[in-house]
Write a protein of this length. Structure first.
Ligand SMILES: [Zn+2]
Length: 242
């Protein structure tokens, strides 16, 4: 699946399940439960939007095992080198990082970071938002440098808005895990499937070879626009005061 599609499914996953999951203890600061007027749950609207962006960025993480994937190309030689190392460590594309174990591990890692190192947490939040914006395709077509500037400006701006809105990141781990999981499920819908229960090698994929072929017309011309509409619909449905 393309980075763009993964980013959209990550946002959809968060918008779909977060309000329910975030009502669990420890995942949001409990006082918000009382304050929230818009939604009947523990996330503020700003947290809800921040989570969608972060989950969307996290939905790119499993493809760090592929040096030519969108994520590996995002921060130049740094992410490219990192992806080379991860590809080697995880046993090549669509292995360890495309599993339930990775999603849970990344989630717990992010949760630990969020609770222990505020600066590390902020760096992670900024990187994931930047990644999401890039994957969704925010920028100026054909202009790499200008697009990067637009992306950086928007990312910093959004981070500042979230901060001034007192967004708490107790749910960071949850968003990262859901994003990674959305990626794994997405790739299971492609013709190659994923080793969901890695280290068991068996690949999970759709029956009768109906899996999507990555980057073909169906994904670009049909799936991507449909997913975009679903993202907007869910945002409206969750945030518009009824
Ligand atoms: Zn993948």
């Amino acid at each position: 699946m393309m980075g763009h599609t993964h980013a959209l499914t990550g946002a959809i996953a968060w918008l779909g399940v977060a309000p329910t999951l975030a009502a669990l203890p420890l995942l949001t600061e409990s006082t918000r439960f009382i304050e929230t007027g818009v939604m009947v749950n523990a996330l503020t609207p700003a947290e809800f939007v921040a989570g969608a962006l972060i989950c969307s960025g996290a939905a790119m993480l499993p493809d760090l095992d592929h040096p030519s994937a969108t994520i590996a190309q995002t921060f130049g030689p740094i992410t490219w080198g990192l992806s080379k190392a991860i590809a080697w460590l995880s046993g090549g594309h669509r292995n360890a990082t495309h599993s339930l174990l990775f999603a849970v591990g990344a989630g717990f890692g992010a949760h630990y970071l969020a609770n222990t190192y505020p600066i590390g947490r902020d760096i992670m939040v900024v990187l994931l938002i930047g990644l999401a914006l890039r994957a969704i395709g925010i920028g100026i077509p054909g202009k790499k440098f200008a697009s990067a500037m637009v992306n950086i400006g928007l990312t910093v701006g959004l981070f500042a808005v979230f901060r001034s809105d007192n967004v708490g990141y107790a749910w960071l781990g949850l968003a990262v895990a859901i994003g990674c999981l959305a990626h794994v499920i997405g790739d299971c819908c492609t013709e190659k499937g994923c080793p969901v229960l890695w280290p068991m090698r068996q690949r999970w994929l759709l029956p009768w070879k109906i899996g999507i072929k990555t980057g073909r017309a169906f994904e670009q011309k049909f799936l991507a626009p449909v997913l975009s509409v679903v993202v907007l619909g869910l945002l409206y449905f969750r945030l518009a005061p009824l």
